[in-house]
Design a protein around this ligand. Structure first.
Ligand code: FAD
Length: 494
């Protein structure tokens, strides 16, 4: 069995159902949705048959109903900044572009929630929330382009994960359109805790657009943060930096962010220093880890922030840390994480990746094994001919050492061998993480690259149950095919 194609008759059906202004067929439109931010060969693009840009959940339902009838793939596409090929329409069909669904449906100030159409970007949502003094803290660096729906689908890492957590800490309910075109609400209205039934809203978190199109979501908010202090500290080892975070948390201080970078990543934060002084800053030879931290408060001129920061720096010193004095470096790091005010073309990913692409493996490694994992990363990247960019350890659950690690390399997308080497690197790093009792994916997901082997390598007997869940939401396997489950599991041929 093969997937269906959008024939002129089916195109007629689609436009009759949702209107001509929702369906785009010109090649120039289709090209724009033929790849995402994942490292892939220049020529490795996948053209959809058509692009649909619905504005309502009812339109989404009509499109999917027609697609399901004809077994046509439907791939949800938001900002296209995904790094694993998640939004790439591998088998053609319909790109369901979500950014036309960008309305805020309700801001409930008393209950501190926002209900939105999920095509709104995280940036736009936060701009609109300012007037209420509220803020959605689930913020990836890509917030200007990436949407609330994709943040749910990808289970994003946030700059503020160690204080405010991840999507599971925010999402109280969501509305999806299933693979049969049914509109279904999952979750608990505005309650964040429940043990009634199964927590199906959380099943969507990290689902990578394989269970349906998420069209609406209700998320918890926090007050706008008005006071903040940011610091960077160098340590002689990754272990010392981890211990410093542990001790800060258990001293009772509320870190807002805590990211450990390996030595290689330092150069991404030194541009403004170099511009000012004309040379690279001097970093002690012994420095192997660079910890960036912040403390924040919803009050103006808050003394707790200053106290917490001073106390935390003492704890860092106790763990052999030395505060980075050059404010330009700390500012550079914070700008790259949070403000998005990079100096044009001089941001942390040099020259906007014109020469080479940023590629990463996103592993979760148990806290005691990070040093070992780092050594293995250097070896595995070298073995597969990858240029090392550096490791960054994020912590993504409130008040926990909870590593989500980006092991990054530069990939030359004009060199097919180098791109193939990247895919081998992804697999070997994933196997390493699992052998260390961790996980292969924390924020990029299974996506396109891990799907062919993820069942065997990561899930074993649980994979069969996952597939049953997939079929319950999408019986014909038309929603984002080739992601999480190879299409052959549904009986399709390539
Ligand atoms: C410069 C840069 C910085 C980044 N920083 C971070 C970071 O700090 N933290 C982090 O976690 N990631 C980061 N990423 C990765 C990426 O931005 C995130 O994964 C983000 O969530 C992708 O959002 P998007 O809107 O671009 O989604 P897309 O790439 O368009 O889609 C991503 C996946 O979500 C699915 N999807 C999208 N919308 C829906 C929907 N409504 N319903 C169902 N499925 C849907 C797609 O099918 C696809 O599988 C970064 C990427 C770049 C390029």
């Amino acid at each position: 069995m093969k997937f269906g194609k959008v024939t002129p008759e089916i195109l007629g059906e689609l436009t009759a159902a949702v209107g001509k202004d929702v369906i785009f067929t010109e090649e120039i439109h289709r090209m724009a949705y033929s790849r995402d931010w994942s490292p892939r060969e220049d020529k490795d693009i996948h053209l959809p048959d058509v692009v649909a840009r619905p504005r309502t959940k009812e339109q989404v339902a009509k499109i999917i109903e027609i697609a399901n009838k004809h077994r046509i793939p439907v791939t949800p596409f938001a900002g296209g900044t995904g790094m694993g090929g998640g939004a790439v329409p591998l088998y053609g069909g319909i790109i369901l572009e979500t950014k036309g669904m960008n309305k805020i449906l309700e801001v409930d100030v008393d209950n501190m929630t926002a209900t939105v159409q999920t095509g709104i970007t995280i940036w736009d949502l936060n701009q609109a929330l300012k007037q209420y003094g509220l803020y959605f803290p689930q913020e990836p660096e890509s917030k200007k382009a990436s949407t609330v729906g994709a943040a749910i689908a990808c289970n994003n890492d946030s700059t503020f994960g160690i204080r405010h957590g991840r999507m599971v800490d925010h999402l109280t309910n969501a509305v999806i359109v299933t693979g049969e075109g049914k509109i279904v609400r999952l979750g608990r209205r505005k309650a964040l805790c429940s043990n009634s039934g199964y927590q199906l809203n959380w099943l969507l978190v990290g689902s990578e657009g394989t269970l349906g199109v998420i069209v609406e979501a209700t998320v918890k908010l926090i007050p706008v943060q008005k006071t903040r202090m940011v610091d960077m500290i160098v340590f002689p080892s990754l272990r010392d930096a981890m211990h410093a975070i542990r001790d800060i948390i258990h001293a009772g201080l509320a870190l807002e962010s805590a990211h450990i970078n390996c030595r290689q990543r330092l150069k991404f934060y030194t541009h403004s220093y170099k511009e000012k002084y004309g040379h690279e800053p001097e970093i002690p030879d012994w420095a192997e880890a660079l910890l960036g931290i912040s403390f924040a408060s919803a009050e103006e001129k808050n003394k707790v922030v200053k106290f917490s920061r001073d106390y935390a720096l003492k704890i860092c010193q106790r763990n052999h840390g030395q505060v980075v004095k050059e404010v330009e470096i700390t500012d550079g790091w914070w700008a790259s994480k949070y403000t998005v005010n990079f100096t044009p073309f001089k941001q942390k990913w040099p020259d906007s990746q014109r020469e080479k692409k940023f590629g990463a493996v996103d592993c979760g490694i148990p806290i005691g094994r990070i040093e070992d994992a780092y050594k293995r990363y250097l070896e595995i990247a070298k073995k597969h001919g990858q240029q090392i960019l550096g490791m960054c350890v994020y912590h993504e659950r409130p008040n926990r050492l909870s590593p989500s690690i980006s092991f990054a390399v530069f990939v030359d997308d004009k060199d097919p061998e180098n791109v193939q080497g990247f895919y081998k690197y992804v697999r070997e790093m994933s196997e390493m993480a699992i052998a260390m009792e961790g996980t292969s994916a924390t924020y990029i997901g299974d996506s396109e690259f891990k799907t062919p082997w993820i069942g065997e390598v990561e899930h074993q007997e649980a994979y069969e149950y996952m597939f049953k869940i997939k079929k319950a939401f999408d019986p014909n396997g038309i929603i984002n095919p080739g992601k999480k489950f190879p299409i052959e599991m549904f009986g399709y041929e390539r």
